[in-house]
Design a protein around this ligand. Structure first.
Ligand code: COA
Length: 274
């Protein structure tokens, strides 16, 4: 994997398996997504999907490096957007091919649980990466926004569509059309993030949630994720029927019997499909 994307596999406390801590690593450019980063994200998604050890993926941005003497420190960033320098002189045909099968879709299409751990700027494509994840945990210094309108653009990594589903029509309209940023507390108030904690607590809190998720049956987690996602594509009637069918099908799995027996025996389940 390239230097612009670091992967640390952290052991699951509940037994075997790992949580992949994925760090987008261009701190001098506020972790902006250039083509190299986007290719590395797609590769990471392929790797984590195929690697049975990986039970949860946490995506974050590299912390700023100490500044050279006399220079100001760069701010903290999750990802400050797509790399704007790569937009210069580009036309629609260039962008269509560059953004085909893009990194945001690769994250969104992962069957395994994903968490965005956001400390600092999550703007444009960075906000979209966070929205492609299942869960977002922010520090108090996180800043969210879709400032593309200031460049004469709109979000292009699924941002308009996923934001609507997360925060609703009115808030999406305001964010996309004004391009103004919102604080972590505002993001919490509109449901864009699940939790806001101090920067010092961010990793502990995120890993606590990741560890809790990673301790469950992987095959059941995948069914849960797919079933919840179906709510985005179906009316409530069809969605409830899809859920009922998924629920019934789980009764044919070994892990359902393991989970139920472990509860009755007051033991921790030893999942077959970890
Ligand atoms: N693409 C390319 N480079 C970016 C970038 C982006 N999206 N966001 C930040 N950078 C670079 C800056 O050019 C600068 O590089 P340099 O030090 O080599 O000049 C470095 O990251 C630090 O950013 P800087 O602007 O100096 O930090 P700041 O504290 O003054 O401002 C932001 C921080 C986030 C407000 C500002 O960088 C910004 O507005 N970034 C663009 C956000 C955006 O429009 N994203 C959507 C893109 S579609």
């Amino acid at each position: 994997m390239s230097d612009v994307l670091l992967i640390e596999e952290m052991p699951c406390e509940s037994g075997d398996g790992t949580i992949a801590m994925v760090t987008i690593n261009r701190p001098e450019k506020l972790n902006a997504l250039n083509q190299e980063v986007m290719a590395a994200i797609k590769e990471m998604c392929r790797w984590s999907e195929e690697n049975d050890d990986v039970r949860c993926i946490v995506i974050t941005g590299a912390k700023p490096n100490p500044p050279p003497e006399g220079k100001r420190a760069k701010p903290n960033a999750f990802v400050a957007g797509a790399d704007i320098t790569e937009f210069v002189g580009k036309k629609s045909n260039d962008i269509r091919s560059l953004f085909k099968d893009n990194a945001w879709e690769a994250i969104w299409n992962l069957s395994k649980p994903t968490i965005a751990m956001v400390d600092g700027f999550a703007l444009g494509g960075g906000c979209e990466i966070a929205c492609s994840c299942d869960i977002r945990i922010a520090s108090t210094r996180a800043v969210f926004g879709t400032p593309e309108i200031k460049l004469g653009l709109i979000p292009g990594g699924g941002g308009t569509q996923r934001l609507v589903n997360i925060v609703g029509l009115g808030k999406t309209m305001e964010m996309v059309m004004s391009g103004e940023t919102i604080s972590a507390d505002e993001a919490l108030a509109i449901g864009l993030v699940n939790h806001v904690v101090s920067p010092e607590e961010l990793e502990t809190r995120t890993m606590g949630i990741a560890q809790s998720i990673a301790s469950k049956s992987m095959s059941t987690l995948k069914v849960a994720k797919k079933t919840i996602r179906s709510a985005l594509e179906n009316g409530i009637g069809d969605g409830v029927a899809i859920e009922a069918e998924a629920f019934a099908n789980l009764f044919d799995t070994e892990d359902k019997e393991i989970g139920v027996q472990a509860f009755l025996a007051r033991e921790n389940p030893e999942w077959k499909h970890r």
